[in-house]
Design a protein around this ligand. Structure first.
Ligand SMILES: [Zn+2]
Length: 419
C-alpha cells in the first residue's frame, strides 16, 4: 500500500463516538465527570479499543491512560497524541474525546497497514482537564509533570463535596504522587505532543473550512481591578468644563482600546480585548448624578507576549492622557498574567502541508497541549469545525471533518519532521 493511501480508521472512530454517547449521555447532554463514573466509562471504552487494536496499555498513578504502538527503537523518544476524556456537566460528545479517538484511529491505520513507526507512538487519555469539577484545570496533564500544588488535594468536588484526595483514593489512584510532586512523564523523553480538538468558536463554520492548524494557545494579561476616580456631581448643574465624570472617561479609555485592537488586527496581530465587568457604585450612583467612580476589567489575550505587553503599555499611557483630559484619575492596578503557549513551527508547517486548504488560527481556550508546550516539548494542534460551540449538548462535528483533521495527523506521523 502506498503511504498516501493510508487513511484513518473511520470505522473505529464512528464506533467509539457511538459507544461514548451511549455510555455517558444523561438526558440531552454528556456527563463525563472528572474522576467520576462518566469519565471512567470513557477511559474503559478507549482502553478496550486499544487492546483490540493490539496496543500496550498502562495507567499512571493519577489515572492517565497510555495506549502505545511500539516502535522499531523502543528506547527512542516517543511521539504522544492525546486529549482529555472528561466533560463539563451537560457537555457535548466531542470536546476532548475527539482528540483521543483521533489518536486511536490514526494508530489503528498504521497497524492495519503493517507500518512500524521508528519510535513508540502513545495515545494518552488525559484525566480531568475541565475545571467544572475540582475548580482547577489540567489536573491530569499538570499532574503528569509533577506541576500540581499539593494543596489541590483538599479541593472539594463541586457536586458532592468529596475532596480530590478522597476521590483519587476511591478510584484506586495514588494522591501521594501529587503530594510529592512526583513527575510521571519525563519531558526529555517525548519527541512531540499532538492534540486534535473541536473548535469552540465560530471561525471554521464561517470560513467554510473543515480544519485549522493552531498557531498557539492565547495567553492572558488582565487588569483585574482597574478603577477610575472622578467626582460625583449633579447631572444638570455641572457644565462640561467642570466635570470629573468617571463613566465618560472610562468609556473613552475602552473606546480607545477598541481602536488599538483594530490597528493591531489590521497589522496582522493576534489579539482580543474584553471588558467583561464595568460597574458604578450602586450605593453612590443615581440617574441624576455624574458618576464619581468606576470599577472595571480589561482582559487582553494573544498568542504573542509582545502584543499583550504593547497593549498593556498603551492602556497605561492612554489612561494618563484621558485622565488628564477628563480631570479624573485612573488606577489600572497590577495585571495578572498567564503566558501564551506557542505551537512548534515545523509541526505547524507539516500539518499545513497535509490540508487541502491550509488555514491557521489561534486557540482562545486553554488545552492540555499548552501544558506540554510549556514543558518545552514540541507541540502541534489541529482544530476540527464544530457548530454551536462547545461545553453544551449541541456540539456538532461531522465525521467527514473529523476524518480530514485526523488524516492530517496521520500524514504528519507518516512524514514526521522532527528527529
Ligand atoms: Zn476540551
Amino acid at each position: 500500500m502506498l503511504i498516501e493511501q493510508i487513511r484513518p480508521d473511520m470505522t473505529l472512530a464512528a464506533a467509539l463516538f457511538d459507544r461514548l454517547s451511549l455510555a455517558t449521555r444523561r438526558g440531552r447532554g454528556i456527563l463525563r465527570d472528572s474522576y467520576g463514573s462518566g469519565e471512567q466509562a470513557a477511559h474503559d471504552i478507549m482502553r478496550a479499543a486499544a487492546e483490540t487494536i493490539g496496543l500496550e496499555t498502562s495507567i499512571d498513578a493519577i489515572g492517565n491512560l497510555m495506549m502505545t504502538l511500539p516502535g522499531r527503537d523502543r528506547a527512542a523518544r516517543r511521539i504522544m497524541i492525546g486529549s482529555h476524556l472528561d466533560s463539563v456537566p451537560q457537555g457535548g460528545n466531542y470536546d476532548g474525546a475527539a482528540g483521543v479517538v483521533a489518536g486511536l484511529s490514526a494508530v489503528s491505520a498504521l497497524r492495519q497497514a503493517r507500518i512500524e513507526p521508528d519510535c513508540d507512538i502513545t495515545v494518552m487519555g488525559i484525566r480531568a482537564e475541565e475545571s467544572a469539577w475540582f475548580d482547577i484545570a489540567y489536573l491530569g496533564s499538570c499532574g503528569a509533570f509533577g506541576l500540581l500544588d499539593p494543596a489541590c488535594l483538599s479541593i472539594p468536588r463541586s457536586d458532592n463535596g468529596r475532596s480530590l484526595e478522597a476521590t483519587l483514593t476511591e478510584r484506586g489512584f495514588d494522591p501521594q504522587a501529587i503530594r510529592e510532586r512526583r513527575p510521571l512523564l519525563d519531558p526529555s523523553r517525548i519527541r512531540a505532543f499532538l492534540e486534535l480538538h473541536i473548535e469552540q468558536g465560530p471561525t471554521l463554520v464561517a470560513e467554510r473550512l473543515p480544519a485549522a492548524v493552531v498557531t498557539g494557545i492565547r495567553g492572558c494579561k488582565r487588569f483585574r481591578n482597574a478603577r477610575c476616580i472622578g467626582q460625583y456631581g449633579h447631572s444638570g448643574a455641572v457644565n462640561r468644563p467642570h466635570r470629573h465624570d468617571a463613566v465618560a472617561a472610562t468609556v473613552a479609555l475602552l473606546h480607545h482600546l477598541e481602536t488599538v485592537w483594530l490597528q493591531q488586527e489590521q497589522a496582522g496581530a493576534d489579539l482580543v480585548i474584553t471588558s467583561g465587568e464595568l460597574y458604578t457604585d450602586p450605593v453612590m450612583h443615581g440617574p441624576s448624578k455624574i458618576s464619581g467612580e468606576t470599577h472595571f476589567v480589561i482582559d487582553v489575550r494573544s498568542v504573542s507576549d509582545a502584543t499583550m505587553n504593547a497593549v498593556a503599555a498603551e492602556a497605561r499611557e492612554a489612561a494618563a492622557r484621558i485622565g488628564e483630559a477628563y480631570r479624573v484619575t485612573f488606577d489600572l492596578g497590577a495585571t495578572s498574567d498567564s503566558p501564551p503557549a506557542v505551537m512548534d513551527s515545523r509541526l505547524r508547517a507539516s500539518l499545513r502541508d497535509q490540508l487541502e486548504r491550509p488555514f491557521e488560527m489561534a486557540s482562545g481556550a486553554g488545552h492540555d497541549a499548552a501544558v506540554f508546550a510549556k514543558m518545552g516539548i514540541p507541540t502541534g494542534m489541529i482544530f476540527v469545525r464544530n457548530e454551536h460551540g462547545s461545553h453544551n449538548p449541541d456540539e456538532a462535528m461531522t465525521l467527514d471533518d473529523f476524518g480530514i483533521a485526523t488524516g492530517a495527523l496521520l500524514g504528519l506521523l507518516l512524514n514526521f519532521p522532527l528527529s
